[in-house]
Design a protein around this ligand. Structure first.
Ligand code: FAD
Length: 450
């Protein structure tokens, strides 16, 4: 395994005891470098591995929709782990308390976690590090090329990250080892994960219903991938900006919860020698744009607020602050899809009722929130709130970056100056109408319940 994927967060003293993998962002066993590293350590020290997942209902915008999807996936993980003779336990509460306490309870020798650039996850890790004195490792199992390795600074845009990715990609597309049944296991009396029972006890927002469009788990995620490669990829380049054509992969919820590995997806394309314009367009999204989002959130702690925007963008937005708006709406109007614009309302309904919005409309949706809100800061907060609340793939670096791109010109360039937007790229209905049949899209989603 490429050792540049691993870094030691805190040295500590290595005792004799089990290896703990605290699974967080990468909720899968297969194709997971963090678990592979835990297995390597377990073989080296001849100690068993335990996987612990900590569930907290403190997470910002915790909804029934997201928690149900996640727990269904974790239930599957536990069953798969048991087949490998690995204990998989779930704790409920604060990770910064539960993880150190578990480490002490079983006298663990090493703690391994996966990588996440978001502030809350970094806070948890800092707090955990203060409370333990064994080696604490971090493995980037999410990015193909680890975010802390590929670049040491915030990149300006895809054009500056792409060459760094291209230089390293083949080196990091190394084969995943096969998972084998482990010889040793701890007997911790793990409780079987029962999603409904756990959900009952959580203090979460139950107003966001579970959706039937996405079935959780790594087994299902693989089926979605193969279906995409066989039935959609050949039309990806031409139709991916058309929400009436279902040619996108729909993999983002699975990628977000780590139920599938981006590296595996890319390797499946390479295995089939797919390198036409469709494969290239898809690789640009799943590798460059996705890893650029992690880069932005990792190196810019203001990824979710106005201060994160580039200086030219802050400047132009400030200059146009007082421009009159033809329409202004508050958060309730947006949430209930009560704007004057049928396309916007339909996109909001799509997100509410299916758990995901089409990529093209996500840009339009965020830019219109900005246009119809009294200030860019408020627009950004509304867009983050709604995206995180209703999208299964929300609460993700891609979401914070996509919204910062739409409203704050992050990773974009300055355009012709115009009212409200200043030099931020503008989108309007005419542009959408040139890409797809708006009436067809609106008819589909306006019929759905909110
Ligand atoms: C305002 C706004 C909000 C967004 N919110 C989210 C979000 O919460 N979660 C999320 O995962 N993505 C988000 N995106 C990025 C993108 O729209 C989604 O990744 C895409 O819609 C996911 O659908 P898919 O898996 O079918 O995409 P596909 O076209 O099949 O792409 C495959 C994968 O490539 C990556 N990808 C595609 N487009 C982008 C992009 N522009 N930036 C970064 N990675 C990309 C994703 O991981 C995606 O799953 C947002 C974009 C915008 C403009």
């Amino acid at each position: 395994m490429n050792e540049n994927r691993i870094r030691l967060l805190q040295k500590g003293i290595s005792l004799i005891g089990p290896i703990v993998y605290w699974m967080s962002r990468d909720q899968r066993l297969k194709d997971n470098w963090a678990l592979n590293f835990a297995i390597e350590l377990s073989q080296k020290h001849q100690q068993p591995i335990v996987i612990i997942f900590n569930l907290t209902d403190d997470f910002p915008v915790a909804t029934l929709r997201a928690y149900s999807f996640m727990l269904e996936g974790l239930q599957e993980q536990q069953e798969l782990a048991n087949k490998l003779n690995i204990q998989f336990i779930i704790k409920i509460g604060k990770p910064e308390i539960n993880i150190p306490s578990f480490v002490h309870q079983i006298s663990a020798s090493n703690l391994i976690s996966d990588f996440d650039p978001l502030k809350i996850k970094r806070f948890w890790k800092r707090e955990i590090a203060k409370k333990i004195n064994i080696p604490f490792w971090e493995v980037d199992a999410h990015n193909i090329i680890p975010a802390f390795y590929v670049s040491q600074k915030q990149e300006y845009g895809s054009y500056t990250l792409r060459p760094k990715i291209n230089k390293n990609l083949m080196i990091f597309l190394d084969e995943f080892p096969e998972l084998e049944k482990q010889k040793n296991s701890l007997d911790l009396n793990e409780e079987a994960i029962q999603p409904d029972k756990i959900l009952e006890g959580l203090n979460i927002d139950r107003t966001v219903p579970i959706v039937s469009e996405f079935i959780a788990g790594e087994i299902y995620a693989e089926q979605i991938l193969f279906d995409f490669i066989e039935n959609k990829l050949s039309r990806y380049n031409k139709f991916r900006n058309n929400p009436n054509y279902n040619v996108q992969s729909s993999l983002s919820p699975y990628l977000h919860f780590g139920q599938i590995s981006a590296q595996k997806i890319v390797m499946e394309l390479y295995k089939r020698n797919l390198n036409d314009e469709n494969a290239k367009a898809f690789l640009e999204e799943i590798v460059v744009r996705r890893e650029l989002s992690d880069n932005y959130c990792y190196y810019n702690q203001n990824y979710d607020n106005f201060q994160g925007f580039p200086i030219w963008s802050q400047h132009t937005l400030n200059e146009h602050r007082k421009d009159p708006r033809e329409y202004t709406y508050n958060i309730e109007d947006f949430e209930q899809a009560k704007t004057h614009d049928k396309l916007w309302n339909s996109a909001q309904i799509e997100m509410f009722s299916t758990g995901k919005m089409h990529s093209y409309l996500r840009m339009y949706w965020a830019k219109k929130i900005f246009e119809w809100t009294v200030a860019p800061e408020i627009a950004q907060q509304i867009a983050i709130y709604l995206n995180d609340k209703y999208s299964l793939d929300g609460r993700d670096p891609n979401g914070y970056t996509g919204i910062a791109w739409s409203i704050g010109g992050v990773h974009d360039r300055a355009w012709f100056e115009r009212p409200i937007f200043g030099k931020i790229r503008y989108m309007n209905l005419n542009g959408a109408a040139k890409k797809f049949d708006i009436v067809q899209y609106c008819n589909k989603y306006n019929k759905m319940d909110m």
